[in-house]
Design a binder for this molecule. Structure first.
Ligand code: NDP
Length: 246
């Protein structure tokens, strides 16, 4: 394993499990100091301490708590070079059944909390004057929609739009902002409703003939934050095994 992030300070939201945990582990393996934010206190603190990092328990749906926890994480690290906003929720609900409460919950976690953590990280990066990399985790749903995931897709389209606005506003400070748009990544998310037949069908939609892994996403996140990603900003990068090509 290369050590491209020796001395780097990385904050990962939703880092207690799944894609976020894998990304936190990848940065730590490459030398970074990592802080993890999540509402899963036990899994999160185990994950962070296994990486020699810090853990901050927080419900990111609360914007004040989200801001304070992100500020505490950055203060604990003595600054921030990379933010990865991975925390998110997924619900399968037909469009006709989406209530105002369900909409608000989805947007609070998947979009507003992303904005709050981006704002806190960017303020710190701009003040420090050394640039930085912000990586948001959107979804292929932002680009192609999805039946029974209308509010999820809308929240992820919002993440892509926020990512592009931030890239435009913060580029002059050397802050690069990019979104990852994963396809089917087999984590706990959606596991309750996922069948073996689903996995076979999803695999057949990829020219590579398989679903994705958290490691597939973590490798792209590490590339984006590394010097090899230096001329990338405002991008929404598909990690779908070729299922989405636009
Ligand atoms: P997981 O459910 O495995 O992990 C998400 C983590 O975020 C969980 O620990 C979860 O805790 C936490 N989280 C959720 N809501 C909050 C909150 N309000 N405050 C603090 N922490 C919270 O999901 P994945 O790792 O699969 O997904 C990571 C990101 O990738 C998400 O944004 C997701 O939308 C996106 N994505 C995932 C895909 C996939 O196929 N897996 C495909 C495309 C995008 P809790 O369990 O308590 O909710």
């Amino acid at each position: 394993m290369e050590r491209r992030f020796d001395g780097s300070r990385v904050v990962v939201t939703g880092g207690a499990r799944g894609i976020g945990a894998c990304i936190a582990a990848r940065f730590a393996a490459e030398g970074a100091q990592v802080a993890v934010l999540d509402r899963l206190a036990e899994a999160g603190s185990q994950c962070a301490s296994g990486l020699g990092g810090r853990f901050h328990a927080v419900d990111l749906a609360d914007p004040v708590a989200a801001r304070e926890a992100t500020e505490a994480a950055i203060e604990g690290l003595g600054g921030v070079d990379v933010l990865v906003a991975s925390a998110g929720i997924f619900r399968l609900v037909p469009l006709l059944d989406i209530t105002p409460e369900a909409w608000d919950e989805m947007l609070a976690v998947n979009a507003r909390a992303v904005l709050v953590s981006m704002q806190v990280a960017a303020r710190s990066m701009i003040a420090a004057g050394a640039g930085g990399s912000i990586i948001t985790i959107a979804s292929m749903a932002a680009k192609k929609g999805g039946a029974r995931e209308g509010h999820y897709a809308a929240s992820k389209a919002a993440v892509v739009a926020l990512t592009r606005a931030a890239a435009l506003e913060w580029g002059e400070h050397g802050v690069r902002v990019n979104a990852l748009c994963p396809g089917y990544i087999l984590t706990e998310m959606g596991a309750a409703t996922r069948t073996e037949e689903d996995v076979r069908r999803w695999s057949s939609w990829s020219p590579l003939g398989r679903t994705g892994t958290p490691e597939d996403v973590a490798g792209v996140a590490a590339f984006l934050a590394s010097p090899d990603g230096a001329y990338l900003t405002g991008q929404a990068i598909n990690i779908t095994g070729g299922m989405v090509m636009h």
